[in-house]
Design a protein around this ligand. Structure first.
Ligand code: DC
Length: 220
């Protein structure tokens, strides 16, 4: 059985950075499942498909010409690594992610990332839906002001202008939508809670590695 570490949590919690570093330490593969929803939203926008048009979005997600290669994300032959991180794309991704046909269309593609020696997957439903048999399930979060501040610094470092009040409002709106949707809502479930409000990235990484070592050593 190929082990999976599922790291779920809300927007801007730092779970992507933590998941990627944990994968690096263990020599595991890494799945950024949110990127698939973001690329779906971008592809829909470019194809002129409405963000709630389930009939068109399902097939689009299932046949999405997306590729992860050497740290870059491609939609067909175009690099979209930066484009999909815009605030507009974040909002659109949250809308398409609420469409059941989109989630169904992306399911097998996500499971295909489970390759030896193991996988670290981050998202909203990695532990609840995509990899319910994960060896370790973590729910990684931080307070809304800390998440808004992290997002603000990230944007500033990239030279993208940002407004703290707008970021706070957007994060709250996205949290509410991701947690209240009917399909695969964001929820802690049986996952271990990792609140990183007062932790550095390295402390969070160390915590996940320690939990995984304990889970891997425990008789199943
Ligand atoms: O993790 P992220 O912020 O890149 O995710 C973008 C959007 O996709 C977010 O609004 C929620 C959605 N998403 C989801 O519904 N399920 C996942 N497994 C990952 C992301």
């Amino acid at each position: 059985m190929i082990p999976v570490i599922a790291i779920d949590g809300p927007s801007a919690s730092g779970k992507g950075t933590v998941a990627e570093r944990v994968a690096g330490r263990l020599g595991f593969h890494y799945l950024d499942s949110g990127a698939l929803y973001r690329v779906t939203a971008l592809a829909a926008q470019r194809a002129g498909v409405g963000l709630e048009d389930a009939g068109a979005l399902g097939p689009l997600a299932a046949a999405l010409p997306v590729r992860f290669d050497a740290g870059d994300i491609y939609l067909e032959e175009q690099v979209v690594t930066e484009d999909i991180r815009s605030e507009a794309c974040s909002r659109d991704a949250s809308l398409v992610a609420a469409v059941p046909a989109v989630r169904a269309g992306l399911l097998l593609r996500q499971r295909a990332f489970r390759q030896p020696p193991g996988l670290v997957a981050d998202g909203r439903d990695m532990g609840s839906v995509v990899f319910p048999d994960a060896a370790l399930k973590v729910f990684l979060t931080a307070s809304v002001p800390v998440r808004a501040e992290r997002r603000y610094n990230q944007l500033m470092n990239k030279g993208i202008p940002a407004n703290m009040q707008v970021l706070l409002r957007d994060i709250e709106a996205r949290d509410a939508r991701d947690a209240s949707r009917a399909v695969a809502p964001l929820q802690q479930g049986s996952a271990l809670l990792l609140d990183t409000t007062h932790l550095t990235i390295e402390q969070a990484v160390a915590r996940v590695l320690a939990w995984y070592a304990a889970a891997a050593a425990a008789p199943s």
